[in-house]
Every structure is written in C-alpha cells, then in structure tokens.
Write a protein that binds this ligand. Structure first.
Ligand code: TYD
Length: 145
C-alpha cells in the first residue's frame, strides 16, 4: 500500500455525517499515534521527508492540502479536500505538503510512536535508500559478523 487514495465510508443523514476509523479494518495497520496539523501559515511547505518504516493515513478533516508524493521512481500530486477521503502512505515515500487552506486541519494516523530516527530528511539519501543502494545498518552488521 505504498501510496493509495482511499474512500472512507460515511454514515450520514440530515443530522450530519460520521466517519469511523478502525485499526485493521478500514485502517490497514495498528493505530499507535494520531496527530493533527492546523494553523499553517500561507505558503508554508511541510514534510520534506520519508519514513523508513512508518505507515500513515492522512485525512483533511477540514479544508484542503496538496501532497507531493514520490516513491523514488516518480512523483505525483494528490489533493486532499474531502473528509471522506484518505491518503495511505507506506514506507519509503517522500512527501511534501503545501497549499494548505487557512482552515485546514490535517489528521494523521500512524502505526508507530514518534521516532526521529525513522525520518530521512535528505532527498538524495532517500533516493539512495529507495533504490536499494544503501544497506540498513543491521544488515551491514550481520554481513561483517
Ligand atoms: P515534523 O515531523 O517535522 O512535521 P512536518 O513533517 O509536518 O513538517 O514535526 C514538527 C515538530 O513536531 C517536530 O519538532 C517534531 C514534533 N513532532 C512530535 O513531537 N510528535 C509527532 O508525532 C510528530 C509528527 C512531530
């Protein structure tokens, strides 16, 4: 599921709308962390990183935002502007977030706690790891043992 747009089932009537997110049901991982981004300033670019292991589901519960997603072999823009749509991001996806509407509230579910060591913040390093040109440290340790 490295990068996938998903439609979330809405339960609605004249009283309003409700969407439930459940681990290992419509969210294809265990939910260990939820965070949300809001009050973003105009022209701000966020993200600019990839994760070595993390899986995430992003939902613009209010407003809109554009994701640039790049798996190392090509990039695409995805606009999230509907609370019933989610964007699944698997491991090793470079992402940049921009065009936040003033009212945007972007909620993100993740399958691990916050871990700065899981981030790749250098794009060239991301490309090297995505293309398999860099061995994870634990494998290098095994090979030299
Ligand atoms: P960061 O991941 O850099 O945000 P973005 O990719 O959207 O630009 O995180 C911004 C700050 O928030 C940084 O100081 C780390 C902190 N942070 C946490 O403490 N916990 C979290 O779960 C996340 C995602 C960030």
């Amino acid at each position: 599921m490295e990068i996938e747009r998903v439609q979330l089932q809405s339960h609605g009537d004249h009283g309003g709308m409700l969407i439930a997110l459940e681990q290992n049901r419509n969210v294809p991982f265990e939910i260990r962390r939820v965070y949300y981004i809001f009050a973003t300033e105009h022209d701000v670019h966020r993200g600019k990183h990839a994760h070595r292991h993390l899986h995430q589901l992003a939902v613009a519960v209010r407003g809109s935002v554009t994701f640039l997603v790049d798996d190392g072999s090509g990039a695409a823009e995805v606009v999230l502007d509907d609370p019933s749509q989610g964007l699944l991001l698997g491991r090793m996806v470079w992402r940049e977030l921009y065009n936040f509407s003033d009212d945007c509230v972007l909620m993100v579910l993740a399958d691990h706690l916050y871990d700065p060591a899981d981030y790749i913040t250098d794009y060239d390093e991301f490309l090297r790891e995505a293309k398999g040109l860099v061995f994870p440290a634990e494998l290098v340790a095994c090979q030299s043992a």
